[in-house]
Design a protein around this ligand. Sequence first.
Ligand code: ZN
Length: 110
Amino acid sequence: MTTDTQTDTGVSKSAVQRLVNRDWQLTTILADGLFIETDWNTGDKRRIRKSRCSCGKPVLIEYSTTGFRKDGKRIFYPERDYEGYHVFRCVQCRQPVDQTVPHAEFDYYG
Ligand SMILES: [Zn+2]
């Protein structure tokens, strides 16, 4: 597939970038449940914390994202690790994750 073909289909550049195949590998453990992952395809790094909803559903928290949340946290599920995918309510218990997932609470600065 060429770039021209993608342009002809009307897919925007940003959409194409989101389709980049990510291959996140754990590269550094910072603390228990807190680690750095590196994308083998691009060299990008991200800081991830493992957490869990009060109902038991495993949740991951990514820090320093440029998403919806001003504190930069992205809450998502390990099985749905898509860029731009945010969880606001748990799929299992339907509660707001900022209240049921440790470390997912909103942090405000200043
Ligand atoms: Zn839950």
